[in-house]
Design a protein around this ligand. Structure first.
Ligand code: 9D3
Length: 259
């Protein structure tokens, strides 16, 4: 998959190109990330990318022409591409949307436009942007971090990017596909700061461990994310085992913690 990011701060992209899972995907050639700087497509002496808003008011607005030329240049290197503007006015990104981007990656590249200042000239959006996406209802200083969040989330869904274990997990009954929060995790030592690891995890009864983890996931989701829990109930319903686990509510693992 090829993703071009239109940004005034191309160096920021090293956070995804140089590290971790996304860094490896770039190294392996599964993911190509190109930065295109609108400043390189200005024609005036001062290389101006922003200007004062018509109608007055605080802050500056990104000029349409350098952005449009940057997108046209990006499309020459990516081939057929969907143009996405990261914007607080966009739809809020979720995992189904991320999965769709990854699935379409086979046939289509992405051009991500990261804005700075108060935003971009609306006529650029009308002329060149296919979709607008937000990463949530809070304010960050520009579109670069949101673009990198999108790149990271999409990259993880591309075939071969995650190791066998993680992708097998994604394919099967894991939280990501089931609208469930994760269960708690523990590693050595068995006692830390006077806290014991739940004994069921030390016993080697893999069926008991599976049941305990699922119960924890269900309970946490119901308590912490009732929105997800309801979405899950209406999408796939609760299995008989799920209902039993939720009815059992706490008793089983309270016992675990005492022993
Ligand atoms: C404080 C300025 N705000 C006035 C109401 C408008 C504003 C302009 C530019 C708010 C944020 C930004 C920069 N943010 C983004 O470009 C952005 C973003 C975000 O801030 N939150 C969540 N998702 C996104 S996607 C792009």
């Amino acid at each position: 998959m090829h993703i071009a990011v239109i940004t005034l701060f191309p160096e920021m992209l090293c956070a995804v190109t140089d590290f971790g899972v996304t860094g490896r995907a770039v190294e392996q050639g599964r993911l190509r990330i190109s930065a295109v700087n609108p400043r390189d497509f200005t024609t005036d002496r001062h290389r101006t990318v922003d200007d004062r808003p018509f109608g007055g008011g605080p802050g500056m607005v990104m000029k349409a022409e350098p952005l449009a030329r940057a997108v046209e240049y990006a499309r020459r290197i990516t081939g057929p591409a969907r143009v996405i503007y990261l914007s607080p006015q966009g739809r809020i990104l979720d995992q189904p949307a991320v999965r769709r981007f990854a699935a379409e990656a086979a046939s289509e590249s992405l051009i991500l436009v990261a804005g700075r200042y108060e935003g971009v000239d609306e006529r650029f959006i009308e002329a060149h942007v296919d979709e607008q996406w937000s990463i949530g209802d809070y304010v960050v200083s520009g579109g670069e971090l949101p673009a990198m969040v999108l790149v990271d989330a999409v990259a993880r869904c591309l075939p071969g990017v995650l190791g066998d274990e993680a992708s097998a997990e994604q394919d099967s009954f894991s939280g990501e596909l089931e609208n469930l929060l994760d269960c708690p995790h523990y590693t050595r030592p068995e006692v830390w700061a006077e806290r014991r690891v739940p004994p069921v995890l030390l016993g080697g009864d893999h069926e008991a461990i599976r049941r305990w983890r699922r119960q924890q996931a269900l309970e946490r989701t119901r308590e912490r994310r009732p929105d997800l829990f309801r979405a899950r109930e209406s999408a796939q319903g609760l299995s008989e085992e799920d209902k039993r686990m939720l009815a059992d509510n706490g008793r089983r693992h309270d016992q675990d913690n005492e022993s």
